[in-house]
Design a protein around this ligand. Structure first.
Ligand code: PEP
Ligand code: MN
Length: 355
């Protein structure tokens, strides 16, 4: 679906990359919200965030202050002039947020996974011209993410943006949520008109990962960043490990290198021509390999042999991975490619067997 989008950039906000949205994970008290907001506004930031309805993995955690927090956000708006944003997960949240004059909404990762909830939010927003950002679903499902945009767009919301906050995985390693950058990159290809924000706080889950993840997002041409910021992160009631003070935030933002050149130099064009050429050769080789694979399929069929010869497959994997390593190729990468190629060969041979 081609979306005719309007900008999420509200009047007075600098449209230059990165557009910054920041504030605490959760609104905890009027004092905490105001202190954070004043500090953040003093850094020239124009869009404030704070969660007031918090979806928690398990009951018993801090579930947000609820609607009372809307009053504090109104005060932030009045006293600092910043735009204010919060997360909505139900129809009632939408109505209350709109009534309180919240300027921007976002849909959380645990809500994007549920088409019923997204539809309910979209229906509640009918006829309202407010920017809505949609976080990726917790699971790496691009179609579900795109489906949420289509639901909102279908309800007439045309100020849409995406927030990449990473994807949960069973075994957590460096990241709280795996970045899987190829997913937002594919989103950009499918919906080039959609602005994409990166949320390095939720991806990294740790303060020290905020700067490198923000830089990576900028190098991938993301439009903005949503970063959690709290004046005293250590005592934050939610996501303490991934919030930074407004001072640290300012420092991190000042260190970002924004590479914006669109002009390619002669050298780059020449290198790109070489890449185009190599891709063509790779495809020709793949086509040739598949033709031979099909010939093998015909042979196996005629000789009543099964398609899968597992010792042969293991031998290919081991031998090629070593071969790749000696050429400075990442063994995991080589293995992935060979698995894909093998899978396609098997599919081709299965077609021959059943014809
Ligand atoms: C949040 O932004 O505080 C939040 C709950 O994020 P997510 O939906 O990405 O987990
Ligand atoms: Mn959070």
């Amino acid at each position: 679906m081609k979306l005719e989008l309007k900008s999420v950039v509200l009047p007075g906000v600098d449209p230059q990359r990165p557009i910054i949205i920041t504030g605490p994970c959760s609104a905890e008290s009027e004092e905490q919200v105001m202190e954070a907001a004043k500090n953040i506004a003093s850094k020239g930031i124009k869009i404030f965030r704070a969660g007031i309805w918090k979806p928690r993995t398990k009951p018993g955690g801090f579930e947000g202050v609820g609607a009372v927090g809307l009053k504090w956000l109104k005060k932030v708006k009045k006293e600092t002039g910043m735009y204010v944003s919060t997360e909505v997960a139900t129809r009632d949240h939408v109505f209350e947020a709109l009534k309180a004059g919240i300027d921007m909404l976002w849909i959380g990762a645990r809500t994007t996974v549920n088409p019923f909830a997204v539809q309910e939010i979209a229906d509640a927003l009918k006829g309202v011209d407010i920017p809505v950002l949609v976080k990726n679903p917790v699971n790496p499902d691009l179609e579900l993410w795109i489906g949420a945009f289509e639901r909102l767009y279908g309800a007439g919301i045309s100020r849409l943006g995406a927030i990449h906050r990473g994807f949960s995985s069973y075994d957590k390693k460096i990241y709280r949520n795996l970045p899987l950058w190829h997913i937002p990159i594919e989103l950009r290809r499918r919906m080039p008109e959609l602005p994409i924000f990166c949320d390095p706080s939720h991806i990294g889950g740790k303060r020290e990962l905020i700067a490198p993840l923000s830089q990576q997002a900028m190098d991938l041409s993301f439009d903005g960043l949503m970063i959690e910021s709290h004046c005293n992160p250590d005592i934050a009631m939610s996501d303490a490990d991934q919030q930074i003070t407004p001072d640290v935030l300012d420092y991190v933002l000042n260190l970002l290198v924004i590479r914006d050149a669109t002009q390619t130099t002669e050298n780059l064009s020449e290198l790109r021509r070489q890449i185009d050429n190599i891709d063509e050769q790779l495809l020709e080789l793949l086509a040739k390999r598949m033709r031979i694979s099909r010939e093998i399929g015909v042979y196996k069929k005629e000789h009543n042999m099964p398609i899968l010869q597992s010792p042969r497959y293991s031998e290919i994997l081991t031998n090629r991975t070593h071969m790749g390593e000696s050429m400075d190729l990442n063994p995991e990468f080589v293995k992935e490619i060979l698995k894909e190629i093998h899978e396609e060969s098997v599919r081709q041979q299965m077609e021959i067997m059943t014809n």
